[in-house]
Design a protein. Structure first.
Length: 396
């Protein structure tokens, strides 16, 4: 099989620089030198989360671990919480809340839309006794390629004068789509290493506000491995309460360097441009529909694409994989067999994406879907050409 990039929305392609940075001998995680690696990582993660007042914790784990850390440290069984569900990931976080014994108000929204701000505003206004302790929002629903307005959720809380904590799933957005922890008053900001951070899976990354740390002192859910308290006590000197994933920390150091060398805002702009090319391919080139129902929901990290009625998206994925060595994201749960997804987050260039678009086009044609050969590539490549950085071309 050829060494093609993968077009799934996580894990993303790990840059060679990051892979090499992880090729290190094992070392003592209690050595006097170790904090020279870890303390600057904590500071740089705060720059990515855009927080000066909060902390960022790193647990060995995946995004799901950060979900659990956020909940178990700050809530007590029986607490009332508000969440909206519009895709596999928002559903799973809601399920985690149920399993930890929360009293969950779950709003089911059409898949293809995002956080229903008006419903949040109404419910928060009606909750005059402030029984709701946590408000949950998925910034980027990876199953449908839908981005929600987190500043809007903050506004709904502020307009209602509501003190609930704000929990945001930013696993497939932080480091790729703008995220402002302090400005938006996010109390718990969940991420993982294998998406925007261009890393292998293995680190749960969690941004925590001072308010969340205070809440953790009285919240009664059981916690041990994920305890904020143990993290705070050891992290302050650059250490961890248990063996950290040292190798991954070296990779993260390199990935943070790459993000800041490019510039965080430039990284967001690049993701937007990559995504826009894919959307041109889907809509203008192929004449197909995105799962996201309106431009305001469009995600800059993943596009979920409906295959036409009567065709099976699973067949597109299988042919792409077996004939061309290409991987796209599968449709999950409710949209299984109906959509396939192109991940365009992390380290990915327009030329790589054009390959991904071409491969999807070939696989769709192979199963008889009526998309014109080259149409998606043409729409995307023209967009990329028109929006490429200007360079001076010397006259002959
Ligand atoms: C990937 C993802 C998760 C969970 O991630 P794991 O790392 O698989 O545990 C959660 N939320 C969103 C939005 C994701 O994309």
């Amino acid at each position: 099989m050829f060494d093609n990039p993968i077009f799934i929305p996580g894990p993303t392609n790990v840059p060679e620089r990051v892979r090499r940075a992880m090729n290190v001998p094992m070392e003592d995680q209690r050595s006097p030198n170790f904090p020279k690696l870890t303390l600057p990582i904590f500071e740089d993660l705060k720059r990515v989360f855009k927080t000066e007042t909060g902390k960022v914790f790193l647990y060995p784990g995946s995004g799901t671990g950060a979900w659990e850390a956020a909940v178990t440290n700050t809530l007590s069984p029986g607490d009332k919480v508000l969440i909206s569900r519009f895709g596999q990931f928002s559903h799973l976080w809601g399920d985690l809340l149920v399993r930890h014994g929360m009293d969950v108000i779950a709003l089911d929204v059409e898949w293809g839309e995002g956080v229903p701000l008006e419903d949040y505003a109404r419910i928060l206004n009606e909750d005059s006794n402030h029984e709701i302790k946590g408000v949950f929002a998925c910034q980027n629903e990876t199953a449908t390629g839908v981005t929600s307005d987190i500043a809007g959720v903050r506004k709904a809380l502020d307009d209602a004068g509501h003190p609930a904590m704000l929990y945001v799933d930013g696993v497939s957005s932080i480091g790729s789509i703008d995220f402002r922890m302090d400005e938006w008053g996010v109390d718990l900001a969940v991420s993982g290493s294998q998406k925007g951070f261009m890393m292998p899976t293995g680190l749960a990354v969690l941004g925590v506000s001072q308010k969340a740390i205070e809440a953790s002192e009285s919240a009664t859910c059981n916690r041990c491995f994920f305890s904020f308290d143990d993290m705070i006590k050891t992290n302050k000197d650059g250490y961890f309460p248990y063996t950290p994933a040292t190798t991954l920390l070296y990779g993260l150091r390199e990935s943070l360097d790459m993000i800041f060398e490019e510039g965080l805002e430039n990284v967001f702009a690049r993701h937007h441009r990559m995504a826009e090319g894919v959307r041109r391919a889907v809509i203008d080139g192929w004449g197909l529909k995105l799962a996201a129902t309106e431009p305001k929901w469009y995600s800059d990290t993943v596009s979920a694409i409906y295959v036409p009625e009567g065709f099976d998206a699973v067949a597109v994925l299988r042919i792409a994989y077996e004939r061309y060595g290409l991987s796209y994201g599968a449709g999950l749960s409710k949209v299984a067999g109906k959509v396939f997804r192109i991940g365009h987050l992390g380290r990915i260039s327009e030329i790589q994406l054009l390959g991904g678009i071409a491969g999807a086009e070939m696989a769709m044609r192979d199963i008889g879907i009526d998309v014109q050969a080259g149409s998606g590539v043409a729409a995307a490549s023209e967009y990329y050409r028109q929006t490429a950085a200007p360079i001076a071309i010397a006259a002959e």
